[in-house]
Design a protein around this ligand. Structure first.
Ligand code: TXA
Ligand code: MG
Length: 342
């Protein structure tokens, strides 16, 4: 520190820049059964050695997540799938060869050795080959120590929005995690698309970074959407991905009217706008989100965190377009809004 300068905010020693040395240390910690948070192109993951049931159980304690929820196993390359899955159907292979490494998770029948801690006791396992260079480097260092998959849910407290920066992870999990590799802000910003191949035809369990049209192009038809007996996914709980403040989705043409109504009641609100222009005299927090779906998704969770200020009556979110390009964003916004409304 320069003489006379004031100390800045405390920087956690858990948050480290990825270097050959810190990646090697992170891989060692994983092999020792500790938790390491790392960036992926979608959101940050809270990693544990997928082959170590005690380590995987620590994830649930750190997140405050029910222990029967399955976690995704992250792999370095598609060649490792057969180690974790007993079947790798043709459609799943085609998706993997097109979209991996990338924001796609495949649910496949699990191999015999895959533990209940990873699968939540189900007969299938979620697998993903991430594209982020830090995730890839970590998986390579981990493989160098004899590890295979890294089990990792999003690195947030259960029910909170996923983290897209190292600081979000630190804010949510703090000392519950041994180390947080800082890879900057995530490029996709919302979680991977999940497609299950546990039935006769593929089922879309969660829309995400890969769009339905892209899946359909490779599969020859769009995947089905889940029925009541589909495998359980915690991201499909209605209350998931929720900020603390009550969230309401408001059509663009009535947003200004809603803001005026709250103002007349003396109620402070925060606004996530997209096309609507901030009215003169609005004193609350106002964020103008990007106009296109990929950029909107990239910034979404950081925006929800930034707007989640104490003592607001509501977070008003300008509704987004109804077309397929916005499917995953609409899914996450609906979940955020459902939290207090239902
Ligand atoms: O983009 C992502 O998918 C991020 C990054 C870190 O890879 N991960 C992520 O994990 O979002 P998580 O646990 O927050 O959400 C994964 C979802 C959960 O809803 C979980 O229930 C579901 O995937 N899932 C995992 N394994 C499954 C399985 N075997 N069967 C059904 N659903 C599964
Ligand atoms: Mg999650």
């Amino acid at each position: 520190m320069l003489a006379g300068s004031l100390p800045g905010p405390a920087v956690s020693t858990r948050v480290v820049a990825p270097t050959a040395a810190t990646l090697a240390l992170a891989a060692q910690r994983l092999r020792a059964g500790e938790l390491v948070a790392f960036p992926t192109e979608t959101v940050y993951g809270l990693g544990a050695d997928a082959g170590n049931a005690d380590a995987v159980r620590r994830i649930f304690a750190a997140k405050g997540r029910p222990s029967d929820h399955p976690v995704i196993v992250h792999l370095g390359d598609v060649g490792q799938v057969e180690r974790w899955a007993r079947e790798f159907p043709e459609g799943a292979r085609r998706l993997a060869s097109t979209f991996w490494p990338g924001p796609l998770t495949l649910i496949l029948p699990r191999a015999a050795h895959v533990g209940d801690a990873v699968t939540g006791g189900q007969d299938n396992v979620g697998l993903r080959v991430p594209a982020h260079p830090v995730a890839k480097a970590l998986l390579a260092a981990f493989a160098g120590l004899g590890g295979s998959g890294i089990a990792a849910p999003s690195a947030n407290r259960f029910g909170h929005v996923s983290p897209t920066t190292a600081q979000h992870v630190e804010d949510d999990l703090g000392e519950a995690v041994a180390m947080i590799l800082d890879g900057g802000a995530c490029a996709v910003g919302i979680e991977s698309t999940i497609v299950a191949f546990t039935d006769s035809s593929p089922v879309l369990l969660r829309p995400g970074g890969i769009g339905v049209a892209e899946l359909a192009r490779v599969l020859g038809c769009a995947p089905a959407t889940p029925g009541a007996d589909a495998p359980r996914a915690s991201g499909t709980l209605a209350s998931h991905y929720a900020p603390r403040a009550p969230v309401r989705l408001v059509a663009p043409q009535v947003l200004l009217q809603e803001i005026r109504r709250h103002a007349a009641l003396g109620e402070p609100v925060a606004v996530l706008a997209r096309t609507v222009v901030r009215p003169a005299g609005f004193g609350g927090k106002w964020i103008e989100a990007p106009a296109d779906a990929p950029s909107y998704a990239r910034d979404l969770y950081a925006n929800l965190r930034a707007l989640d200020v104490p003592d607001i009556a509501a977070m008003l979110i300008e509704a987004v377009p109804e077309d397929d390009a916005w499917l995953a964003v609409r899914d996450r916004l609906a979940r955020a809004a459902h939290y207090r409304d239902g």
